[in-house]
Design a protein around this ligand. Structure first.
Ligand code: NAG
Ligand code: NAG
Ligand code: NAG
Ligand code: NAG
Length: 489
């Protein structure tokens, strides 16, 4: 008891993260550029793999007469793996409003110049949070991935810990919703001749492709696909529900054949329909699973972002699984399109000149300031860093103005992240009702628990930040109980 509740809660949160890390499932999905989900992760390298590449600005670009680096606001990357500069631990960056110093040296935490802490959602753990929290520091979250890596962020108490966000949500401060779509030209790539695909069908190919190697995910997609397979042929490659082998050893080897591999893409484009189910269901969370089939001239049969319609090139571009009352009804519709070329081709009309009619999509592509593999634009990691730098420079200016003239310039309002920045409801079964699924089902054991633990951790951390002893005691008891249960497993 010498520790008191705070120490004990911290210790238990630490125990928790050890448990999470030693579990049998991958805690980090894409850390190594797509190894955990080999067929899906590699088209555009996630930022953790960009490492040294970003548009780092040279420290020698200082203009005469500017402040020395010693006075600049410091942005401290608290997440170790993501620092987008090389070599060294700190670098001066030039942004629209002025300069900042980006650093990953944790010794800068207590420095009065350190104005913002930058976190990568996948790595964020309650046990590693820099406490006590300092009032003058903003917390900035970059999390382009789904909650699969960290459900803490999908709950109010977790997301509200942050001031600035950059997530897949259009509502975040620096949105990355189109992080997997390079541009309209990518969508306009011509459709391969239908006769070729008809020929593959005659040779025994199914109308539908499923290519998935990451099987146990919050969206529980395999449960749906397994059911659909009872009503229509699906060729399933990859580790999940596999019923066919890719044709060559080279394609089977995910180390040699990444998803941008031309031979693999040519193979995938033999299929008219691609099952495209995201690993988690969140508003605006859309990945290459959606855009790649469209690039290849196939029709995605999609389940993922409930707001996906807002982003489509026109209102007849994809088939939404949840528009159908049952897998059987969906199978009947796909079968109908498979036999009716004219109706099928309507789904690809957006590839015609002028076919992309969605102004929101066109505007969003035009307005984003980062690029994907575009040497002329910053990647979104550097872009986010500058966004935070500019925000902090503006906040400093507002604070100075207030100090100089409190009557004319009010104190800047706090800026706090909202649940809409990471809008992922509680996971539900891919097919059927949660009550009908046995308690020892791996999805139920894994993801429902994870979801609620995310809430507990967010609440515990919030309580610690506010130093609320009553709440801390409540969570200590709760965590102790869970811990004892696990010891007995
Ligand atoms: C799709 O867009 C077309 C042309 O803008 C319009 O005529 C049609 O009603 C729309 N269909 C739906 C289902 O919204
Ligand atoms: C940052 O967010 C916290 C809530 O998590 C809030 O208390 C604080 O005032 C905010 N700081 C700024 C600078 O907006
Ligand atoms: C789940 O429990 C049922 C009945 O209690 C048992 O038959 C089944 O093998 C169990 N499944 C797993 C994956 O443990
Ligand atoms: C501490 O938490 C408890 C339980 O959630 C709450 O009722 C109480 O108002 C909080 N106290 C303070 C000072 O925030």
């Amino acid at each position: 008891m010498a520790d008191g509740p705070t120490g004990a809660v911290l210790a238990l949160l630490g125990v928790f993260s050890v448990y999470a890390a030693s579990g049998s499932r991958p805690v980090v999905e894409k850390e190594t550029g797509g190894e955990a989900e080999p067929w899906d992760g590699a088209v555009f390298r996630p930022p953790s793999a960009l490492g040294a590449v970003g548009m780092t600005r040279s420290p020698r670009t200082q203009r005469p007469g500017r402040e020395e680096a010693g006075d600049l606001p410091v942005l401290l990357w608290w997440s170790p793996g993501l620092f987008p500069h090389f070599p060294g631990d700190s670098e001066r960056i030039e942004c629209a409003r002025g300069a900042c110093v980006a650093s990953r040296n944790r010794r800068a935490l207590r420095d009065s110049r350190t104005r913002a802490l930058l976190f990568y959602g996948t790595d964020f753990r309650a046990s590693d949070a820099p406490l006590p929290r300092l009032a003058h520091q903003s917390w900035a979250l970059l999390h382009e991935e789904s909650p699969l890596n960290n459900f803490l962020l999908s709950h109010g108490p977790g997301i509200r810990l942050f001031n600035l966000t950059s997530t897949f949500s259009r509502h975040s401060d620096y949105p990355l919703s189109l992080q997997w779509l390079p541009g309209t030209a990518y969508l306009r790539r011509p459709v391969p001749p239908l006769q070729e695909r008809a020929e593959w069908r005659r040779r025994g190919y199914a109308p539908l492709l499923y290519l998935q190697s990451h099987c146990d995910v919050p969206a529980d997609r395999d449960r749906y696909v397994r059911e659909l397979m009872r009503h229509i042929p699906v060729d399933s490659y990859g580790k999940c529900l596999q019923n066919r082998e890719l044709p060559t050893a080279r394609l089977q080897d995910t180390a040699t054949a990444t998803t941008e591999d031309p031979e693999l893409l040519a193979f995938l484009s033999r299929y008219k329909f691609h099952l495209a189910l995201e690993n988690a269901i969140c508003n605006d969370y859309m990945t290459e699973k959606l855009w790649r089939p469209m690039h290849l001239g196939a029709v995605p049969v999609y389940r993922g972002s409930p707001s996906v319609r807002d982003w489509m090139p026109n209102n007849h571009s994809i088939i939404l699984i949840d528009d159908f009352e049952s897998p059987q009804k969906l199978a009947e519709f796909i079968d109908f399109l498979d036999k009716n070329d004219e109706e099928y081709m309507k789904y690809l009309a957006y590839k015609q000149p002028g076919g992309i009619t969605n102004q929101f999509l066109l505007d969003s592509l035009k307005q984003r300031e980062w690029g994907l593999n575009d040497p002329l634009l910053p990647n979104y990691l550097n872009g986010f860093e500058c966004f935070v730098c500019d925000h902090e420079l503006a906040r400093l200016d507002a604070e100075k103005a207030h100090a100089a003239s409190p009557g004319d310039s009010p104190i800047p309002e706090p800026h706090i992240a909202q649940p809409s920045h990471m809008d992922c409801p509680m996971p539900t079964p891919g097919f059927g009702n949660v009550e009908e699924i046995p308690e020892n089902d791996s999805w139920k054991e894994m993801w429902l628990q994870d979801y609620w633990q995310g809430l507990d951790q967010g609440e515990a951390l919030t309580a610690m930040i506010h130093n609320n002893e009553t709440q801390q005691r409540k969570f200590w008891d709760y965590l102790h109980e869970v811990f004892m249960k696990r010891q007995h497993l």
